[in-house]
Design a protein around this ligand. Structure first.
Ligand code: F0G
Length: 477
């Protein structure tokens, strides 16, 4: 991503930062050698071939626009069967012209969030490089998706989550799909820092969105929106901003479509931060930092982080999925804002929950982070950034059932999470996969992983070390 470095690496390497300059890595294709269709409409030919898993997948039916893997290497489970829903009733409520509001329901993915779009691509890369153990830090959806793909594709999944920080729907998925689940004392930012260290030391394949292959899969959310609009480009795309991987992928998707001449203009982008986790908003709207041809003002960006350190600041929002104050893809998000003439807005928790109730009232529903898009849209309509006549597609990133506590609390006032619970009883289930509570230090984590240096050598040969919390045999595929 750094034009002053411009080092290149083969895709057979496993890297999540440039070894020379430390900046993020970007996937680049030699489009002359790729088999890109002349028109986007040509992708429709694949609709007729739904028994072939790659044509069935909502990600891989666009594989010519992410051509990094041979078909045989692709790990697909039929992700991306999501749809663009016209939301005229909701649009009317917001004062929009009839037929101009669309919702892209990414909660309809196999693990219930947009993450599956990226996981299928990153697992495909993991298979290409021969990885066996995969890891991530998560606010819940990445871990659910990782756990599901790991279980179905023969990998050992390890997830790091902040204790008490993720919605129960998401936690239940990681446990049920057999991932080794480490509950770290700390928030997402701390978990991500730790998992990056642990992955480097123990040779785990890192599945967070610093992995550029994740973003390749997430580009396809935009292709499906275009597909839903008969290949017409909407005026606006609205997306919540957390670690800023998704919006970065959207910017890359449209940048490439423009480069390839497959569209004539890009839609505008609105990234919505929660007020309690608003780093991008501060960097862009308060400090005026821009992409600046790949050389954003590092001094200003660092000053924001230094201020947070000094104040011992930790993000806080009801939208736990985007409770992140050190978004790793910040610079890629700046590029996306540049490509798509984007804006950044911030919304309060109250606005998020009111918007979530409105989405739910008109069907399907979504989790709080996803509803930040609708809260943001309301604000951008009110201040006339978005016109009432414009065609807007909001990405609803996660399913409403991910975080039922937030919904029940909004409608009834009952705080299910705060309710006094009796101490946990020993589980009787022979397949119970209990999370492991662990301090945020390397030695404790290595111990919890059962990978102390002597066993690590063994694990290199067998590919897997048995741990107390996942007592089922690892399935060889
Ligand atoms: N919406 C939902 C439902 C999410 O789970 C996330 C991120 C986002 C929006 C923000 O997307 O990070 O690409 O800007 N969840 C991550 C996780 C961080 O660990 O599940 P982003």
């Amino acid at each position: 991503m750094n034009p002053l470095c411009n080092a290149t690496y083969e895709i057979t390497q496993t890297l999540t930062a440039c070894p020379k300059c430390g900046e993020l890595l970007d996937i680049r294709y030699d489009w002359d050698k790729a088999n890109v269709p002349k028109r986007l409409k040509d992708f429709e030919q694949r609709w007729h071939n739904r028994r072939f898993p790659l044509d069935h997948s909502g990600v891989w039916r666009f594989r010519d626009l992410l051509p990094f893997a041979a078909d045989a290497m692709v790990c697909t489970i039929g992700e991306g069967q999501t749809f663009l829903q016209n939301a005229t009733c909701l649009g009317n409520q917001l004062g929009m012209w009839p037929g101009q509001l669309y919702l892209q329901y990414e909660g309809m993915n196999p693990s219930g969030s947009f993450k599956d779009n990226g996981m299928t691509a990153a697992f495909t890369h993991a298979r290409i490089v021969g990885a066996r153990r995969v890891a991530c830090a998560s606010t819940g959806n990445t871990s659910a998706s990782l756990a599901l793909y790991a279980a179905l594709n023969g990998f050992k999944g390890i997830v790091f989550i902040g204790a008490g920080k993720i919605a129960f729907g998401k936690l239940s998925q990681a446990l049920d799909y057999g991932a080794l689940t480490l509950q770290i004392e700390g928030d997402f930012d701390a978990c991500l820092r730790r998992v990056r260290d642990v992955s480097a030391q123990l040779d785990l394949y890192l599945m967070n969105s610093v992995n550029p292959f994740r973003l390749e899969g997430q580009k396809t959310i935009m292709y499906r929106i275009l597909e839903g609009l008969n290949w017409e480009v909407p005026d606006w795309i609205i997306v919540p901003g957390g670690n800023l991987g998704n919006c970065s992928a959207f910017g890359k998707a449209f940048g490439e479509l423009l480069e390839l001449g497959l569209i004539k203009r890009a839609p505008r982008l609105a990234i919505i931060n929660a007020h309690g986790a608003n780093t991008l908003y501060s960097v862009v709207n308060k400090l005026g930092v821009t992409w600046n041809n790949g050389q954003p003002d590092n001094v200003k960006i660092k000053s924001v982080y230094a201020g947070m350190d000094e104040a011992n600041y930790h993000p806080h929002t009801v939208a736990s999925a985007i409770e992140i104050s050190r978004p790793v893809n910040l610079k890629k998000a700046l590029r996306a804002l540049d490509v798509m003439k984007g804006v950044v807005a911030e919304v309060t928790d109250e606005e998020i929950l009111e918007a979530k109730a409105l989405v739910g009232r008109y069907g399907f529903g979504c989790e709080p982070a996803s509803a930040a898009t609708i809260a943001g849209l309301q604000q951008l309509l009110a201040n006339k950034t978005i016109g009432r006549h414009e065609r807007v597609a909001c990405v609803l990133t996660g399913h409403g059932l991910k975080d039922p506590d937030a919904t029940v609390h909004y409608h009834t006032g009952i705080k299910t999470k705060d309710a006094k619970q009796p101490p946990a009883e020993p589980t009787w289930g022979s397949r119970a996969n209990k999370p492991i509570q662990v301090a945020d230090d390397m030695a404790s984590i290595i111990k919890a992983l059962g990978m102390a240096s002597d066993t690590l050598e063994k694990s290199e040969k067998t590919g897997y070390v048995e741990t107390p919390s996942s007592n089922l045999p690892f399935i060889e595929y």
